[in-house]
Design a protein around this ligand. Structure first.
Ligand SMILES: [Zn+2]
Length: 170
């Protein structure tokens, strides 16, 4: 029995490592672990169950992410893979790892502001100062609610004049 438990823990660890290879189709520098959308990994006699929470409901990238998870695990020899979407509690930008935020910045996308901890339209002020990922200036303005994808807004830095995407959560 104890042997079995150890075996399951090892399998779960292997799966978490594999999930670290699955990237966000919209921001390929980010893995799904950086995004913090994987809530649970379960292994039982019937197969593998992965629980994910979308960055926001209706995000078109989520279907692709589920497919990519399935392909990654199939390639590693896992079968009977169930992917469960859990919408509650809702994903917030605070689930994103610090490493993930650094990678976003290096990629030229402003990471979610520390103040934007909860993805609620009531709490998120679009006029909140967003830092330019190029020159770190807070002197920026929003050009468009939608950037290169629906999950981002387009901003422009008023100091270095660079346009950039801001990762938003809804
Ligand atoms: Zn700038």
């Amino acid at each position: 029995m104890q042997q079995q438990t150890i075996h399951i823990k090892q399998e779960e660890k292997k799966i978490w490592d594999l999930l670290g290879n699955v990237t966000d189709p919209e921001v390929p520098v980010l893995t799904i672990l950086d995004l913090g959308i994987v809530r649970a990994v379960g292994v039982n006699d019937h197969g593998v169950e992965i629980t994910i929470t979308p960055t926001y409901s209706g995000c078109p990238a989520m279907d692709m992410i589920a497919t990519n998870i399935r392909m990654e695990l199939l390639a590693a020899g896992y079968e009977n893979i169930a992917i469960k979407n859990v919408l509650s509690p809702a994903w917030t930008t605070s689930w994103m790892s610090e490493a993930g935020k650094e990678k976003l910045k290096a990629y030229g996308i402003a990471p979610p502001s520390d103040k934007q901890q909860v993805c609620s339209s009531d709490l998120f002020s679009p006029n909140e100062a967003i830092q330019c990922p190029q020159c770190q200036s807070y002197h920026t303005e929003r050009i468009s609610e939608f950037g290169s994808t629906a999950c981002k807004s387009l901003y422009q830095c008023l100091d270095c004049r660079e346009p950039f995407d801001y990762f938003k959560c809804h």
